[in-house]
Ligand binder design. Structure first.
Ligand SMILES: Cc1cc2nc3c(=O)[nH]c(=O)nc-3n(C[C@H](O)[C@H](O)[C@H](O)COP(=O)(O)O)c2cc1C
Length: 491
């Protein structure tokens, strides 16, 4: 990796222009690893896995080139968002934070002050460098990886954006959904029930209509981050990305679909899913850390055109047993959406939300509050676990007091071990939204989940009846730091 240089991230602004500029900035930050010669057959996926699993949020982004059997310059990028700094860079937020949860706070605050901006159509852009149509169409022109040892097939779509249009409105949704390769002209698209792309597809199919679709498999990391975030229904990730950037995303019109395609995207695949046309999909190493056992016939995409720029970069994000490269991304983006939802319900004094990396996505969400009234903590638990951003496949939702850092697992466990009563401080939600990716899924695709109130019981807190915490006071800390600066510098 290159030596770290200062990246000129102006506070509150996205400073990079697109994926290529983002890669340059990441290189300057010392967070880019370049690897030549790794094979598409398991090597790239396993190398990323091994560099990420114990990285504690500091894994590099990895740019693979000279993939055997492929032209030099046909590259893949893994691990885009496996560091806090790279997520902050992507969102245009300050790069340094004392606690992980502070980055969620910054993102949450940014969302409050943001106006959605629609994309702007332009005539030109590097995505138009090459256009494959008819017999030329071949998704295996790119070094599509076999990510995990027991995957049945190569997957071109992992860190992708699947663009669909609501048949009833002009809402373009972008979602990250996995895409298996069947052959050069047919790819899968596994969209779980309830996800926006799935709702769009179900609507078309219910009417006996085919659905046009674009799959971006190399794009601005901001679009990927938003595509894998639970944004509210009806909001286009394009408009949201425009809002975060403070200017519209420039798009060209897809030659087959007419859909907006980012002018600076790396690779865009246009196609169509036809009702009744299915192929068996999976198994694939999935986000819960297991191979999915739901190998069933699923609709696939008949590829019509492929657009790509010179020396294209295929973006990848295979998931696996924690910690994988999506752990932080989901921790931050999903947590910020839960925070939004709690406040939208009018609940006061939310101080932090964190989806813990060791428990994929929303399997273990901790929320930090300043208790103001009896029942406050329980109210937070129910909303956080049932709002749209927290509802899918949750398992543990925990609420802690203001003195506990929600993003510090040691502190959360301490609260759960000392402020929680297993009879009175627990609620169970039954038959909640789940999927076949969950190895404990119940018949009908439901799951049960647990809510833990690890706050000091409100009446005891109010009456000062809970024992004081053994800690070093802020005053003594400051005094000692002034006196013993060298020894205490890292604290
Ligand atoms: C790398 C990666 C792969 C994903 N693969 C899938 C998938 O195959 N199917 C799916 O339904 N969700 C998948 N997700 C989760 C969705 O992207 C996420 O739920 C997102 O909110 C979906 O967009 P939507 O809310 O607009 O439907 C994936 C997320 C990531 C980060």
């Amino acid at each position: 990796m290159a030596r770290a240089e200062q990246v000129g991230a102006a506070e509150g602004q996205v400073t990079y222009r697109g994926l290529r500029d983002w890669i340059e900035q990441v290189d300057k930050m010392g967070e880019l690893l370049r690897i030549s010669g790794a094979h598409w057959d398991k090597e790239m996926g396993a190398i990323t896995h091994m560099l990420t699993e114990k990285s504690k949020g500091n894994a590099p982004a990895i740019l693979f080139d000279e993939v055997p059997g492929y032209h030099k310059g046909f590259r893949t990028l893994y691990g885009q968002l496996s560091s806090l700094k790279r997520i902050a860079l992507t969102l245009g937020l300050p790069l340094e934070y004392e606690r992980k949860v502070d980055l969620v706070k910054s993102y949450h605050e940014r969302m409050q002050n943001m106006t959605l901006i629609k994309p702007k159509f332009v005539d030109k852009g590097p995505i138009l460098d090459h256009l494959l149509e008819g017999d030329e169409v071949d998704v295996l022109k790119f070094p599509v990886p076999l990510h995990h040892e027991l995957d049945k097939a190569r997957y071109i779509g992992t860190a992708d954006c699947v663009i669909t249009k609501d048949p009833d409105s002009d809402w373009f949704n972008l979602g990250a959904y996995r895409c298996q390769v069947y052959d050069g002209k047919n790819i899968g698209c596994q969209i779980t029930e309830g996800k926006h792309g799935r709702i769009h597809r179900d609507k078309y199919f219910e009417r006996g209509q085919s659905m046009r679709v674009v799959v971006l498999v190399g794009q601005d990391p901001l679009l990927y981050l938003l595509s894998s975030s639970p944004l509210p229904e009806g909001i286009s990730e394009y408009d949201f990305a425009g809002g975060i950037r403070g200017k519209p995303i420039e798009v060209i019109r897809g030659p087959y679909t007419g859909f907006p395609i980012p002018a600076d995207a790396e690779i865009a695949i246009e196609g169509e899913a036809v009702p009744g046309q299915v192929k068996p999909e999976g198994p694939f190493g999935e986000w819960m850390g297991y191979y999915s056992d739901d190998v069933v016939p699923r609709p696939y995409i008949d590829v019509k055109t492929i657009l790509y720029r010179d020396k294209p970069i295929l973006t990848c994000a295979p998931q696996h047993k924690p910690v994988d490269e999506t752990g932080l991304l989901k921790g931050i983006a999903g947590a910020a959406e839960v925070w939004q939802a709690l406040e939208a319900c009018g609940i006061p004094e939310i101080l932090g939300v964190w989806n813990h990396e060791g428990a994929p996505a929303t399997r273990f969400t901790a929320i930090q509050i300043r208790q103001r009234y009896p029942g406050h903590a329980r109210q937070v638990l129910h909303v956080a676990s049932s709002c749209q951003a927290g509802a899918y496949n949750g398992k543990w939702t925990v609420v802690v007091d203001d003195d506990i850092d929600a993003s510090d697992l040691d502190q959360v466990l301490w609260a759960m071990s000392t402020r929680f009563d297993p009879v009175t401080d627990i609620d169970i939600i039954q038959k909640a939204w789940s999927s076949g990716r969950d190895p404990t899924v119940l018949p009908g695709n439901f799951n049960n989940r647990i809510l833990i109130d690890a706050c000091i019981p409100y009446d005891k807190k109010l009456r000062g009846k809970f024992p004081p915490v053994v800690d070093v006071s802020p005053e003594l800390r400051a005094k000692l730091k002034a006196k013993w600066g060298k020894i205490l510098a890292s604290t």
